[in-house]
Design a protein around this ligand. Structure first.
Ligand code: NAP
Length: 439
């Protein structure tokens, strides 16, 4: 007989879908720091339409967008769901997962029930005229991020997705490592490969901000896969080893500089000169690592307000600053003289299309990109994992959460492809300490 609800970690028989499930939700009245706003509750399992897929989640990846969702900043995701007529007053976040397909709609040819998949977070309306005309779905007005701009994300026993979001799981990885890389990996892949002619090439110098973080760890490895020369920026020397292991030519500690933040007004000569001296010193640090006066062909950006003036200044003539976030703020200030005289490109990027998601999946499946799984949390620890990220206290690389998969040592498959790195393990111990303090 079908049970109405299964405990977390106990899989229903393949293809049997219970009425209800455990999920980690955000509700509007709790908007705030993740440790307060994320709570586990029981909700209905979503209905699956003719063009949809229901996946039993084995593991989920932790990304910054669920920190934003939990705070209701910069958008109120629940208000968005209601506006879109989803009819739910809660949000289940989580935009990365690995799992097993349990049910497919009648129009779905791939995947099939029983397939082991990883899920990418790009959703769009296949009937949108732009998509039908062969345009990049990333520019479709219907594009949205699963588990952020849609409900029914990865932090639940079941998730509902579109078929094209499912890709074969790299079989050499554990469930949790499989869930750790897709969102940041595909985003980094599009940033570095998606904007011709400024695509990463052999011998290119690439400046990577937050290089020990989720996006940065992927960017370093994608650069290495084509023989580019990535220069890593981090905030402490203890992250150097992690970055060097992933292919960085050298590392810059941003704490050695103090010219961050919005650009002083160009009429403020003293302030501007002080900023310029800092930016020049930073540029020289890049040249010292590269071994010649060669500036970055691509600057891989996401901190935003605090670093954009320097990114634009240090970017090479004809080069590109590519940005997918503004974690430190949204007021990007640039000195237009450098932009036009040196003909630089300032380009926005957002997640990835199916080809780019498949591109990073192929690199991971071939063992050329390690998911950099730093730490695996239990389902109950989802709020704490996000709190660590919110406080920039999380370990290097990418974190994951066990949902249906057993913990290592309890029948889980050994993870051959993605062990904790020495640096990651050290940071993970620090994170354990943090969790104890936060709890
Ligand atoms: P992450 O793992 O937390 O890494 C971000 C890194 O940024 C941190 O490791 C930190 O490294 C660095 N950082 C923090 N404050 C900084 C500052 N003031 N100046 C320079 N660097 C700073 O996060 P992530 O997963 O890489 O994501 C980064 C951002 O990108 C988030 O806002 C996320 O929402 C966004 N994102 C957007 C997309 C998209 O499709 N648009 C996709 C993925 C992520 P150090 O302290 O070592 O410098």
């Amino acid at each position: 007989m079908t049970q109405d609800l299964y405990p977390v970690g106990e899989a229903p028989p393949l293809g049997i879908v219970p009425e209800r499930m455990h999920a980690c939700t955000v509700r509007r009245e709790r908007f705030g720091p993740p440790k307060d706003s994320l709570k586990i509750e029981v909700v209905p399992v979503p209905e699956v339409g003719d063009d949809e897929v229901l996946v039993y989640v084995m593991a989920a990846g932790v990304n910054y967008n669920n920190v934003w969702a939990s705070m209701g900043v910069p958008i109120d995701v629940i208000a968005q769901h209601q506006k879109a007529g989803l009819g739910t007053d809660f949000h289940i976040g989580g935009s990365d997962a690995s799992g097993i397909v349990y049910k497919v709609g009648k129009n779905v040819a791939y995947p099939r029930v029983g397939d082991e998949v990883v899920i990418h977070c790009g959703m769009w309306d296949a009937h949108c005229p732009h998509v039908q005309a062969g345009g990049d779905p990333m520019y479709s007005p219907s594009f949205h991020i699963w588990g952020y701009e849609s409900n029914w994300g990865a932090f639940a026993q079941f998730t509902k997705v579109q078929p094209h979001q499912c890709l074969p799981r790299p079989r050499h990885l554990s469930w949790e490592a499989s869930a750790a890389y897709m969102l940041v990996g595909a985003t980094a892949y599009r940033m570095l490969h998606g904007f011709a002619p400024n695509t990463v090439k052999q011998g290119d110098v690439v400046l990577v901000w937050g290089a020990a973080g989720g996006l940065g760890s992927m960017a370093l490895q994608i650069c290495r896969s084509v023989g580019a020369i990535p220069v890593a920026v981090v905030s402490s020397d203890d992250k150097f080893e992690h970055c060097m292991r992933l292919g960085a030519k050298g590392c810059i500690n941003r704490s050695d500089f103090d010219h961050w933040g919005m650009l002083p007004h160009w009429t403020d000569k003293e302030g501007f000169d002080r900023w310029l001296a800092g930016a020049r010193r930073f540029g020289k640090a890049i040249w010292d690592i590269v071994g010649e006066k060669r500036s970055p062909a691509i600057v891989f950006e996401h901190p935003g307000e605090s670093t954009i003036p320097t990114s634009l200044f240090t970017c090479d003539t004809g080069g590109m600053v590519i940005i997918c976030a503004g974690t430190t703020g949204y007021n990007a200030t640039i000195d237009l003289r450098y932009l036009w005289m040196r003909q630089k490109r300032f380009q926005g990027a957002h997640f990835a299309n199916d080809e780019q998601a498949a591109g990073i999946n192929a690199l991971v499946s071939a063992g050329k990109v390690d998911p950099c799984l730093s730490r695996t949390f239990s389902f109950a620890e989802i709020p704490m994992a996000h709190q660590l990220m919110f406080e920039n206290q999380h370990p290097h690389g990418n974190m994951a959460v066990l949902v249906g998969a057993p913990a290592m040592g309890m029948g889980a498959k050994p993870d051959e492809g993605s062990q904790d790195t020495p640096a990651g393990s050290e940071a993970a111990s620090a994170a354990t300490q943090q969790i104890a303090e936060l709890a």
